[in-house]
Design a protein around this ligand. Structure first.
Ligand SMILES: Cc1cc2nc3c(=O)[nH]c(=O)nc-3n(C[C@H](O)[C@H](O)[C@H](O)COP(=O)(O)O)c2cc1C
Length: 313
């Protein structure tokens, strides 16, 4: 294999690791098209319920919604709800997807049965975007907010982050866009040296970081993806979810440092075991977070010029 003309000893691993990722994706992903009466695991039913629900809300949010529309979505939601009804011991995810699907079906019915009608308030809302064409304090404040984030590598171990603050950050992360609103991002939290030490031991990149009291492992639930063509989608959804988790912490004055999980599948298997992460979740990255140690320094991390990263076509 060529790598800038040089064959490195690890290059053959690329094929092996790709196969491992693909194998796990195949094991858990949903079929591209669900079939009436064909049983599916709960996660795959949830994926399709969310996907079809989104088809309806999207249909109602476009500039000129058709009327009637959504026959296929309605058919699929109906048989998916029947499949879900047969399952016992469903988790929160599936239950909420069922509720949202029923709401979407009602909204679709209202829209299709009326001659004329306004947008459905349960599924759509006016866009809250005001174009800003002049000096704007809000824009300045937000620009500053984004510019002020830096990776923090020295934490104050004596200052715990409250569970409420952690939940607020996850709420921000949940606002992330995701394919067909399937919200596949997941995050596991660990606190205290005894819990996080063994996890950090598996990661290469936390050397020199001090005072880490809180650690998150961001993952993506693979059963939320449908069809082979979505193979690389989990990384994107997972990255967006993780970035917004960081903003959720930043907005509360809580610092963080992403800790790469550029690790082989064998290490992911080990991490799943040690950190009690389900087999169906793809590991995206670790995140050390907490209050910064007073007086700590952060990098300036100079960036390349704008023209290098953007192309105006
Ligand atoms: C996916 C990812 C993995 C990273 N892994 C590490 C890591 O293992 N250790 C570390 O100290 N920083 C890690 N970082 C932080 C980067 O070094 C940092 O984001 C970059 O240098 C820019 O600096 P800033 O975050 O302060 O703006 C990671 C960043 C990303 C996006």
């Amino acid at each position: 294999m060529q790598n800038g003309g040089t064959h490195e000893p690890g290059d053959d691993l690329v094929m092996h690791e790709s196969a491992m990722v693909a194998e796990r994706f195949e094991r858990f992903r949903a079929p591209e098209t669900p079939r009436p009466g064909v049983a599916l695991p709960p996660g795959n039913i949830e994926a399709h319920l969310r996907l079809e629900t989104h088809r309806i809300e999207k249909g109602l949010s476009i500039a000129e919604p058709r009327r009637p529309f959504g026959r296929l979505a309605q058919e699929r939601l109906t048989f998916l709800l029947a499949l879900a009804a047969e399952l016992s011991g469903k988790g929160d995810g599936l239950v909420s997807a069922e509720d949202q699907a029923r709401e979407a079906l009602r909204a679709l019915q209202r829209w299709n049965s009326a001659d004329r009608g306004t947008r459905d308030p349960d599924l759509t809302q006016p866009a809250l975007l005001a174009p800003d064409d002049g000096p704007s304090r809000k824009r300045d404040a937000l620009t500053e907010f984004f510019a002020q984030r830096s990776s923090v590598r020295s934490f104050d171990p004596e200052k715990p982050v409250s569970p409420e603050a952690i939940e607020r950050a996850v709420e921000v992360a949940l606002h992330s866009p995701s394919v067909c609103n399937r919200a596949a991002g997941r995050v596991h939290f660990y606190e205290g040296r005894a819990a996080i030490g063994p996890l950090l031991d598996l990661q290469q990149g936390n050397r020199g970081l001090t005072g880490i009291r809180h650690l998150a492992v961001a993952t993506v639930e693979l059963s939320m993806f449908a069809g082979a063509k979505e193979l690389t989608q989990p990384w994107i959804d997972g990255g967006l979810f993780l970035m917004n988790l960081v903003w959720g912490f930043q907005s509360q004055g809580i610092g963080s440092c992403l800790l790469n999980w550029s690790m082989p599948d064998a290490a992911s298997r080990e991490l799943r075991k040690v950190a009690a992460i389900p087999e169906s979740e793809l590991i995206v990255c670790m995140l050390a977070f907490g209050y910064a140690q007073e007086g700590t320094y952060v990098t300036r991390s100079a960036k390349p010029p704008l023209a290098h990263v953007m192309t105006l076509h």
